[in-house]
Design a protein around this ligand. Structure first.
Ligand code: DLL
Length: 436
């Protein structure tokens, strides 16, 4: 078998072999973290644990969780488990406030990252015959460089456009005969709209696949992009703390995302109690990196809500699948006692032809009561069709949002193009709530 077939064979490894490999890697990484990072040593000692406490995979649940705040508290290099001379790359992800969180890679870590993205792209049916445009941002964000090196390793021809300059992106996509694009789903919608304005119909171009991630997106959004661009959309998941894009990806069955569990050990926990849940139950994804040495992450609480899908995928891959990440536990807002996720509003809008997946939610509070309002962009055709008579349609959209979320919210229709677009992750919620 050549190197490539060996690589792809990992997706089909049998369960027992996988567990042996995972346990060996887990023991090694936990020992490495304990020996080299004070943070891990102190935490484990607090719970009377040593690396020898890990004898089975289940023993990982004895270890305490890590959260994003731990990365902030140790900013910038407190979690490094190797000397700086072995670190060859840093990335950072900006939070809503203050300092970013920093992540580091050794040369070997970058090889692991490249390998998983390569496998992810092969999983979507891409090969060295394809031309892949990488429109995720290049720079401190992991999307651009992560997708780039994986696609190059696959042998594809990479067009590293990064985000922005949308008209030029469309021109290059057409002129180079690009077959696949990697970007956020919201940016791709913007690309479809801009292409239409310049008289280009993406359905007529050779582009046939989109590798979309970095933000939640719904089944409705998939339908929208597939229909309007004539492509097959694949959901790719990842996060900087764990490695970047390439933690999990859909295969052509589109029935969940295969998680590269030979490198990332997944658990699903009840976000309130921390209890580990069985396969099939929804909860928060917790990940342990099994082969990342510059900054190992042990039992990292991602805040992303999903489940492990029980059973084998029809594609034959044995590595397990997680469900699409529809939301983060910290995305949720509570209005009049009802839990609401932005993705529910998106799902509702996509049920009403004439609206677009461009929307903005504003939260405010008055006299101790939280309020939510939502602006929804109309499609150009609907906008023209309605003219001055928008009210009946507004009521219809509002009723749909109410039926999906369970609460009535002030809803306004706005003209096409009025909601700000992002080159990267879309901003869906403006939180103007004042806390005393
Ligand atoms: O977004 C890495 C990435 C780049 C993934 C390109 C996929 C493609 P961060 O900026 O650290 O890293 O943000 C990670 O984004 O915890 C999720 O909440 C969210 N996220 C990432 N992928 C998906 C997805 C990158 N496919 C955070 N579906 C994660 C839903 C996603 N949410």
């Amino acid at each position: 078998m050549d190197k490539k077939s060996n690589l792809y064979a990992m997706d089909f490894i049998d369960g027992d072999h996988l567990e042996v490999m995972q346990l060996e890697r887990m023991k090694k990484i936990i020992r490495h973290a304990f020996n080299n990072v004070e943070f891990y040593r102190n935490r484990m000692r607090k719970y009377n644990l040593t690396p020898d406490s890990i004898k089975t995979l289940d023993d990982v649940s004895k270890l305490p969780f890590m959260v994003k705040q731990d990365l902030r508290d140790t900013y910038p290099f407190g979690l490094l488990a190797v000397p700086q001379s072995e670190v060859v790359r840093l990335h950072a992800s900006s939070g809503t406030t203050g300092k970013p969180i920093v992540v580091a890679y050794t040369k070997e870590d970058l090889k692991v990252w490249t390998e998983v993205v390569h496998r992810a792209m092969a999983n979507c049916g891409l090969s060295n015959s394809d031309i892949v445009q990488v429109s995720y941002g290049y720079g401190l964000f992991t999307g651009g460089l992560g997708a780039h090196y994986g696609a190059e390793d696959l042998g594809a021809t990479v067009v590293p456009t990064s985000g922005g300059n949308t008209r030029r992106q469309i021109m290059l996509m057409r002129d180079f005969g690009v077959n696949a694009i990697c970007c956020t789903p919201s940016y791709f919608i913007h690309l479809i709209d801009e292409a239409a304005k310049t008289g280009i119909d993406l359905r007529e171009l050779p582009i046939r696949a989109g590798i979309f991630g970095a933000e939640p997106w719904t089944a409705g959004m998939r339908k929208y992009v597939e229909e309007n661009a004539g492509i097959e959309a694949f959901d790719i998941y990842g996060l900087s703390e764990i490695i970047g894009p390439g933690v999990a990806i859909e295969c052509p069955c589109h029935d969940g995302l295969h998680i590269y569990e030979d490198h990332f050990y997944p658990e699903i926990i009840d976000p309130d109690t921390g209890k580990v849940l069985p396969d099939g139950e929804f909860g928060e994804l917790v990940l342990t990196t099994l082969s990342k040495y510059a900054m190992p992450m042990i039992r990292y609480r991602t805040r992303d809500l999903t489940r492990i899908i029980p059973g084998r995928c029809a594609c034959g891959r044995t590595i397990r699948r997680i469900d699409r990440i529809s939301s983060r536990s910290d995305d949720m807002f509570i209005i009049r006692g009802v839990n609401v996720f932005p993705s529910q509003i998106e799902a509702a809008l996509l049920n009403v032809p004439g609206t677009t997946p461009n929307y903005m939610i504003t939260l405010s509070n008055e006299k101790g009561m939280d309020n939510v309002s939502v602006e929804v962009e109309l499609s150009q055709e609907k906008f023209n069709e309605l003219g001055d008579n928008q009210e009946p349609f507004r009521r219809q959209v509002s009723a749909m949002v109410e039926s999906v979320t369970g609460i009535r919210m002030a809803l306004t229709l706005v003209a096409p193009g009025s909601i700000p677009r992002s080159e990267g992750k879309a901003k869906r919620v403006i939180d103007n709530r004042v806390r005393d």
